[in-house]
Structures are given as structure tokens and as C-alpha cells.
Design a protein around this ligand. Structure first.
Ligand SMILES: NC(=O)c1ccc[n+]([C@@H]2O[C@H](COP(=O)([O-])OP(=O)(O)OC[C@H]3O[C@@H](n4cnc5c(N)ncnc54)[C@H](OP(=O)(O)O)[C@@H]3O)[C@@H](O)[C@H]2O)c1
Length: 257
């Protein structure tokens, strides 16, 4: 994907990683459009000079009507970054929640799939790209977030299939797999958690990777590599890492969850 001259739609672009990417791409001279669910985030994005659209990634009719409108308003649209997502804890023993499970799979997995279905026929006509956003947790789950990790493993799998099916088209499929980053994805505390990677550092490494390798298939910053390649050292080491990571997190969150 080229870093200049694009017209890019960023779902969930009103905050966190999506907004930081929006700012970078805008600085490089791209036209950036932001789609969010909440009016407050859209108002803030509009104040920053973005064209905004209210789109609920959990709602197919909202995705359909807004995607049609965006394509008609911006016929040059040639990129989408699927940054919208939610991440909620769930106790499968004491409080299993169909609501969390449905909402998570709808927003994190079915939403991007539905939007891609609508964009691909148009994107095929021009040099374009689809950036999915998975997670290091797609490759080794944090058990407190069962639906989230499952949704991210699924979006990784889907991205692979999508790339294969689109290999002879003009559409480049790239997957961004972030590590733990300082945003408000799980709440305000995450944005200042010293265990999380500072957002600015993350974005600068991402942009460097995209600049150095425009054909990159997976954008992996150094911090995510232990998660991304957790299985590559064999099952025994993977099991050990899984246990250690989850025990550590459970201890750290004792009383909270
Ligand atoms: N930060 C991390 O540690 C981390 C690690 C790995 C992967 N990721 C992934 O990175 C992406 C961005 O997350 P972030 O960390 O930047 O957190 P964030 O700031 O909370 O961004 C998520 C965005 O998605 C939007 N969103 C949620 N549900 C939506 C819906 N139904 N329709 C439209 N927009 C919706 C949110 O805004 P509104 O709902 O208010 O509109 C918000 O702007 C997510 O896919 C996340 O899973 C993050």
C-alpha cells in the first residue's frame, strides 16, 4: 500500500489507534474519513477536520447505508482500516454473557466482514487496500477476554483467506496485529498502564514498517513478536508461556475480576 494519495475510511477512527493512524495518514496528505458509533467521538473528529459518518459496526443496516453514502460522497475511496473494536472481560463460570459474546463477535468480526463485502466490488477497480486489525492475543489468548481473543483469532484467519482470494486483484490485504498499547480500549486505566506500549511509539513503528515495506502482509512491531510467534517454539513452550501470561494477569487483576 502506498502511504500517500489515498482516500481512507477508518472505522473506530475517533480514538486510540484509529485516531493516531488518521493523524499520521492525514499528515502524509491522504484524505481520511472517520466512522464511529458514538456522537461524541464523531464531533471531536469533525473538530479535527475529518469528514465523519455515524456507523455502528454491530448493525448491518447501518454499515450498508453508510458505506453506500461514503462511496457516493468519496468515489476515490481506496482504503479501509478496521480499527473499531471492543474488549470486555467475562467470567465463563460465574457470569457468562451472551450479550458480550454477540456484541464482540458482531463488532470485531462480522462488522469488518460485512463492510468488506460492500467495498470489495468498488475497490477492485483501483489500487486499494484493506487493513484488518487483529491483536497479539489472536495468537495466544488472555483467558479473561474469551470472546475478544476468539474474535481476533478469527479476524486473523479471515484476513489470510481474504488475502488469498484477492491475490490477483488490485486490493492489498494487510493485517495490523498490535501488542498491548496505551489506549482506552478496556477503560481509562489502560491509557496510562506502564505495561502497555505508548501509543505514539507504537504508531511511529507501524508507520516505519509500512514505509519500509509497502507490500507487508502483517504489521508486527517488536513488542508483539513474543505473542505472534508464541507457537513457533513448540507446544510445550507455548503451554508454559500461556500459563505464565494468564497466571500473571489473573494475579495482577485479583479482586477486580
Ligand atoms: N490498545 C490495545 O492494547 C490493542 C491491542 C490489540 C489490538 N487492538 C485493537 O485495536 C483496535 C483499536 O482499539 P484501540 O486500542 O484504539 O481502542 P479504542 O480507542 O477504544 O478504539 C476502538 C474504537 O472502536 C469504536 N467502536 C466500538 N464499537 C463500535 C461500533 N459498534 N461501531 C463503530 N465503532 C465502534 C470506539 O468508539 P465508539 O464506540 O465510542 O464509537 C472506538 O473509537 C481495536 O480493534 C482493538 O481490538 C488494540
Amino acid at each position: 500500500m502506498l502511504l500517500q494519495g489515498n482516500t481512507i475510511l477508518i472505522t473506530g477512527g475517533g480514538s486510540g489507534i484509529g485516531l493516531a493512524l488518521a493523524e499520521e495518514f492525514k499528515k502524509l496528505g491522504n484524505t481520511v474519513i472517520i466512522a464511529n458509533r458514538s456522537s461524541a467521538k464523531l464531533e471531536q473528529a469533525a473538530k479535527l477536520g475529518y469528514k465523519t459518518y455515524q456507523m455502528d459496526m454491530a448493525d448491518r443496516s447501518s454499515i450498508e447505508s453508510q458505506a453506500k453514502k461514503i462511496l457516493s460522497d468519496f468515489p476515490d475511496l481506496n482504503g479501509v482500516i478496521h480499527s473499531a473494536g471492543i474488549m470486555k472481560t467475562e467470567s465463563l463460570l460465574s457470569a457468562p454473557s451472551a450479550e458480550i459474546q454477540n456484541e464482540t463477535i458482531a463488532i470485531n468480526l462480522l462488522g469488518p466482514m460485512a463492510l468488506n463485502n460492500l467495498l470489495i466490488p468498488d475497490f477492485r477497480k483501483k489500487d486499494s487496500f484493506i487493513m484488518t486489525v487483529s491483536s497479539g492475543l489472536a495468537f495466544i489468548p488472555l483467558a479473561m477476554y474469551p470472546a475478544y481473543c476468539a474474535s481476533k483469532a478469527a479476524i486473523h484467519s479471515y484476513s489470510e483467506s481474504l488475502r488469498y482470494q484477492l491475490k490477483d486483484t488490485s486490493i492489498h490485504v494487510v493485517e495490523l496485529a498490535p501488542p498491548y498499547v496505551q489506549t482506552e480500549l478496556t477503560g481509562k486505566d489502560q491509557a496510562s498502564d506502564p505495561m502497555a506500549m505508548p501509543l505514539a511509539d507504537f504508531i511511529s513503528e507501524v508507520m516505519q514498517i509500512l514505509k519500509e515495506n509497502p507490500e507487508v502482509q502483517e504489521v508486527l512491531v517488536k513488542n508483539v513478536e513474543p505473542l505472534r510467534f508464541a507457537e513457533s517454539n513448540g507446544m510445550e513452550k507455548y503451554r508454559g508461556f500461556f500459563q505464565q501470561m494468564n497466571d500473571g494477569f489473573t494475579t495482577a487483576r485479583a479482586g477486580v475480576f
